[in-house]
Design a protein around this ligand. Structure first.
Ligand code: 26Q
Length: 815
């Protein structure tokens, strides 16, 4: 029995049992034997939250007293997943919680399973923000995350007759257990109306009249660090209409205004936009952005004023990190507050703003870069529009004076052709601009932002992404965690992920390699059980678990994976000995609801899965599985069970990737291109510990420049041609995929033929897959490679990445 109690562990099993029992009685008037799993989950959340809230008081007090600089991390997305196990882990009470629950007649696993994922994000960018919250708290950085309290998280995906169907995700029903509303800290956000300027006392004043006001009420989620009492918050803004609708108001104008405000408040936080690769200039999205940005900047500046009595030192005590351009309106909003509310002049306000804001870019895909119609800005945010225009004009003058080159003026412009280019606004208004992997940052410097970089080279930095290794290894893979503790002499790696390097010393130790294999086997069996229980799938644990789990996008090339599987299937039909080791290909992917091609690819994967599962010649040799509703909690069972990680994007397109790191740290081997952070994985692993293939980023550019003709490859490569022809004909369900075939060979819908060079990389990919299967035959070799992957994954910890932000961009001290 665990009954240790010190300052770090706030509970013994007994005290936790008592606290849970009390919570159940106080809140639900039930004893533990009367309570449902749901009620118990709520009680757990409340008890854990109480401890964290108490710690928050201490952290706040210290931050204020010591006048410490604060980090404000603004993101439209925080893909938090579940919190109960994570919080119990960070408070170091997870074993006590499991035991207490069992004493009270509950199964801990069932209670954890009750919790819905907080899916307030699409994918990589949102999950990154969540991992960084954990590291900022653990590194004892005074920080807060800010976003929107969406009513519905990312859609739930159902596969019906092979196709994706989207269902609403009502995460708040239980997920709200972690939220604490703070109505007394509400802020008013104004939309529309007109701007009136007037002189008073020799000062020009600006007021926004007849605006529609929405009240922003914070709902705070407490974030506890690991092994520290330091605690931060994630502040999610919830829109409310300013006043309750007054039916007795007969003044017509007032009545309609009230109705308008109510409608606006109701719509703003309804849904998270489910598209992570295509920018659409939707008015509601712009309202969402300004809503959370304005509330955040008002709340930060107000608190700063309360402590320091002035905003003149704002940039010395605050840094605002923006997660891509989505919160870019912080720049004009901070300018507005400094000028209109604090009475500063332009130069002074600009100096403060451009020393307080830092921008992280997450994509170079042209279609994903935010550009907003000027007309929308003018109407919805008239004062912000004026400020953007002034920023744009001044920036343009600087560029002209520096370059005297109209081409560069055009390229670097903020307002151009009736549009506001948010990336250029961010570059102009930030003190630092960073990419998220070495290659990506280089592409930003040399390509996307080359002219800005020529003028202000000091702004451009790299911070390679990282993942929360406590969640993505220790918490979800207890077998591996215990092996690491045994081999490295304790839990030091949890605070210092580079300690994992010690595992390299055991590369020649057969017993260690065998234990590693046993752990993987157990995790595979756990996943098989989970798949059986949750989806009634029958998986073969003796097969290679080969996984591609990520959002569905053409640049990520799930279709290349499919073409290879089709080809393998054809070989198997020709020759029953063609498959040397049984293989299971697992896919997890959501497609943006409006992305027709991505949805077709999901359908194709399901058609192929169906074909293979009905063909007796594939039995115990080949299986394809589409995992429905891929999300954080599913990734948590999938990663530890994975053996092969597919990271096969067209080189130059994937900014970093973070799934690649989660697979690596769980001992899966990567089949991948030299793209994003794969490049840095290759730097530490070498050719011998991963399966590289395909064109390099510069070769991709050159091939496109010289005129890429996929039909040539189709004509010359018989293996490819057969696979493509099968795609065109379709499978036993009778669905033809001629559209995808045409898109690859001739282009469609305005896209050039094979825009992502699948055909160019096909043969090289097949060769890499072959090398992978050969390596798998040599158990010892495979296990050693797997060990090296885990050993060298330490640099991909979020603690390292956040440490770099703190040192090089935020200039704040950390543990
Ligand atoms: C923009 C405008 C309008 C509507 C939606 C959007 C939007 C929303 C989400 C655009 C992009 C996103 C998300 C992008 C994203 O997740 N990018 C990924 O970020 C990861 C973290 O840095 C990287 O590892 C991935 O390579 C990158 O694709």
């Amino acid at each position: 029995m665990i009954s240790r109690q010190n300052t770090m562990t706030p509970f013994t099993t007994e005290s936790l049992e008592k606290a849970l029992t009390e919570k159940l009685m106080l809140n639900f008037s039930k004893t533990p034997d009367e309570a449902t799993d749901q009620e118990m989950m709520r009680a757990c959340a409340m008890v854990i939250r109480d401890v964290m809230s108490l710690r928050l008081v201490g952290t706040r007090k210290r931050t204020r007293q010591e006048h410490r600089k604060q980090v404000h991390y603004l993101s439209m997305e925080f893909l938090m997943g579940r919190s109960l196990m994570k919080n119990a882990y960070n408070l170091e009470v997870l074993p006590q919680l499991r035991e207490a629950l069992s004493h009270l007649g509950f199964k801990a696993a069932d209670i954890f399973e009750m919790e819905p994922d907080a899916a307030l994000g699409n994918g990589g960018l949102g999950r990154l923000a969540a991992c960084y919250l954990d590291s900022m708290a653990t590194l004892e950085i005074p920080a807060a995350g800010y976003s929107i309290c969406y009513e519905l998280g990312l859609f739930r995906q159902k596969i019906i007759e092979g196709e994706q169907v989207e269902l609403p995700d009502h995460w708040k029903d239980l997920g709200s257990a972690w939220l604490v509303p703070k109505p007394e800290e509400a802020q008013e956000v104004r939309f529309g109306g007109t701007v009136r300027e007037f002189w008073d006392n020799g000062h020009l004043h600006t007021v926004n009249e007849n605006a529609t006001t929405v009240l922003a009420v914070p709902c705070d989620m407490v974030i506890a660090g690991y092994g520290t009492e330091h605690t931060n918050i994630l502040r999610l803004w919830e829109p409310h209409s300013t006043k309750p609708m007054d039916m007795s108001l007969f003044s017509r104008g007032e009545y309609l205004k009230a109705a308008e405000e109510e409608a606006m408040a109701d719509s703003i936080a309804k849904v998270l936009y489910p598209d992570d690769s295509h920018m659409e200039g939707k008015s509601l999205r712009l309202k969402q952005q300004y809503f959370f940005v304005s509330a955040t900047v008002q709340s930060i500046t107000m608190k700063h004023l309360a402590t320091y009595g002035t905003l003149k030192n704002f940039h010395e005590k605050n840094v605002i990190q923006i997660n891509d351009t989505h919160p870019a309106l912080v720049i004009p909003e901070l300018m507005r507050i400094l000028i209109d509310d604090a009475g500063m002049n332009w130069e002074e306000a600009w100096e403060i703003t451009t020393h307080a804001v830092a921008y992280t870019n997450h994509t170079v895909l042209a279609e994903a870069l935010e550009r907003w119609p000027q007309i929308l800005m003018e109407r919805r945010l008239p004062r912000i529009w004026q400020i953007i225009l002034e920023i744009s004009n001044r920036w343009q003058r600087r560029v002209e004076e520096y370059y005297h080159d109209p081409a560069k003026t055009h390229h670097m412009a903020i307002v151009w052709n009736g549009e506001v280019r948010m990336a250029n606004l961010c570059v102009a208004g930030s003190m630092a601009v960073n990419g998220v992997s070495g290659l990506h940052s280089e592409i930003l410097r040399k390509d996307l932002f080359r002219d800005s970089c020529g003028m202000e080279p000091w702004k451009f930095q790299n911070v390679t992404n990282g993942i929360d290794h406590r969640r993505w290894l220790s918490e979800i893979n207890p077998g591996l965690d215990s092996l690491i503790r045994d081999l490295t002499g304790g839990s030091e790696y949890l605070h210092d992920p580079l300690v994992l390097k010690k595992l390299d010393d055991f590369a020649g130790d057969k017993a260690v390699l065998e234990r590693l294999a046993e752990i993987k086997r157990e995790n595979k069996e756990r996943f098989v059980k989970h798949a059986k229980w949750s989806r009634d799938l029958a998986l073969n644990p003796d097969s290679i678990f080969d996984v591609q789990a990520k959002r569905l996008h053409e640049y990520k090339r799930q279709l290349l994976n499919v073409l290879h599987i089709i080809s393998l299937y054809q070989r198997l039909r020709d020759d029953p000995n063609a498959v040397v080791h049984p293989q299971t290909f697992l896919f997890g992917a959501k497609a943006a609801p409006g992305y027709v091609v991505a949805k077709r690819i999901i359908h194709l994967i399901n058609s192929l899965a169906d074909q293979i599962s009905h063909d007796p010649c594939c039995k115990d040799k080949l299986q394809v599985v589409f995992l429905e509703n891929y999300r954080v909690s599913l990734a948590e069972v999938l990663m530890p069970a994975s053996e092969v990680s597919q990271q096969i994007s067209t080189a130059g397109k994937e900014a970093s990737g973070t799934g690649n790191m989660k697979f690596m740290i769980n001992g899966a081997l990567t089949v991948g291109t030299l793209d994003g952070a794969n490049v840095e994985m290759h730097d530490v692993l070498g050719d011998e510990n991963m399966f590289l293939f395909g064109l390099h980023a510069d070769e991709v550019v050159a091939m496109k420049r010289e005129g890429y003709i996929p039909q040539r490859i189709y004509n010359e490569n018989e293996r490819l041609r057969r696979a493509m022809d099968a795609l065109r004909a379709g499978f036993r369900d009778g669905v033809s995929y001629d559209d995808l075939y045409q898109r690859l060979l001739f282009g469609s819908g305005g896209s050039p033929a094979d825009d992502y060079l699948l055909l160019a990389d096909f043969q090289s990919y097949c060769d890499a897959e072959k090398r992978m299967v050969e390596a798998y035959q040599d158990k010892e070799l495979w296990n050693r490679m797997s060990l090296h992957n885990i050993a060298r994954s330490g640099i991909f910890a979020a603690d390292r990445a956040v440490g770099e932000y703190a040192d090089n961009i935020w200039h704040v001290p950390h543990k």
